[in-house]
Write a protein that binds this ligand. Structure first.
Ligand code: F6P
Length: 323
């Protein structure tokens, strides 16, 4: 075991995700248990660039497991997208004598981490995003809570949709990825799921609704991923072309909050713990991932460049079960 890690920085960046606090708690406590000092950096890279940094103790992370959001707060830093910003951040990490920087965040945030690693900072990434849109890992912190929040909304919308014999469109988050939509659709018994990964025209959706009506379905539930555009307009067009009363509900940032589910708490705790263990094993520039049911770590650059083909299986099952 290498004993070189004495002081680390920790930040959360990009969109917050339920479970980030569990990861923070796990990192702080595992580090302190191993005599490593942890410096919490506020508001992501913004805090690093502005020196908003404070040492964290074990008691600073008491009673945060059940809270959504991130106690370190977060931001999307435009400065870190510039060469000067990355250089400044790397210099600050050296000035602060950080042996490593742990970043909890999604694609954009971890890409900022990769830039830093190329300037000599040892960066460990932990995938934290409700979107599940990091291809190198089967799990990202926050996904399960977000899906359960969406599902809870779908259950309620289904009640009123069926009473009124309506078509209901529920728009969930996912700018470039349809995972929240696919999971919400399958678990909520949706008739249709519209995601950025697969083509589906308005005409096909309408044809499906009319077919469902002819088969005796009293209501239709369509889950749309945010990345597929204007749900309100789609609702108006469906109503106009089918004559069926249609309503759109946009769930929005509701999905980013809330107390993390057990699954998110466990994943975040293990990923946080593993990030410190990776450092103690002398590893550099890694991303902590879950693959085939196991937690492991891979090279940060390799992880961020990893591309997984879209798999239509969840959509296919949803459609078969919606006959
Ligand atoms: O990346 C997570 C995410 O929730 C996306 O699904 C969504 O498009 C985006 O963040 C919204 O970001 P903001 O908090 O900047 O509105």
């Amino acid at each position: 075991m290498s004993m070189e890690i004495k002081k680390i920085g920790l930040l959360t960046s990009g969109g917050d995700a339920p479970g980030m606090n569990c990861a923070i708690r796990a990192i702080v406590r595992t580090a302190i248990h191993n005599n490593i000092q942890v410096f919490g950096i506020k508001r992501g890279f913004e805090g690093l660039l502005n020196g908003d940094i404070e040492e964290m103790q074990a008691r600073d992370v008491s009673n945060i497991m059940f809270r959504g959001g991130t106690i370190l707060r977060t931001a999307r830093s435009s400065e870190m997208r510039t060469e000067e910003g990355v250089e400044k951040a790397a210099q600050l990490c050296k000035l602060l004598k950080l042996d490593a920087l742990i970043i909890i965040g999604g694609n954009g945030s971890l890409s900022g981490g990769l830039d830093l690693s190329k300037k000599g900072v040892n960066v460990i990434g932990i995938p934290g995003t409700i979107d599940l849109d990091l291809d190198c890992t089967d799990y990202t912190i926050g996904f399960d809570t977000a899906v359960n929040t969406s599902l809870d909304a779908v259950n309620k919308i289904r009640d009123t949709s069926s009473s009124h014999e309506r078509c209901s469109i529920v728009e969930v988050m996912g700018r470039g990825a349809g995972f929240i939509a696919l999971w919400t659709g399958l678990s909520g018994g949706a008739e249709e799921v519209v995601i950025p990964e697969r083509e589906l025209s308005k005409e096909e959706i309408i044809e499906q609704i009319l077919e469902n009506r002819a088969k005796g379905k009293r209501h239709n539930l369509i889950v749309v991923a945010e990345g597929r555009g204007n749900s309100q307009q789609l609702a108006e067009e469906i109503e106009k072309d089918t004559g069926i009363s249609t309503r759109a509900t946009i769930l929005g940032h509701l999905q980013r909050g809330g107390s993390p589910t057990a699954l998110d708490r466990v994943a975040a705790s293990i990923m946080g713990y593993n990030s410190i263990m990776a450092l103690l094993e002398g590893k550099k520039n890694r991303i902590i991932i879950q693959r085939d049911g196991k937690y492991t770590d891979i090279d940060l650059e390799e992880g961020l460049n990893y591309h997984r083909e879209y798999n239509d299986y969840l959509y296919h099952v949803t459609k078969v079960l919606a006959i």
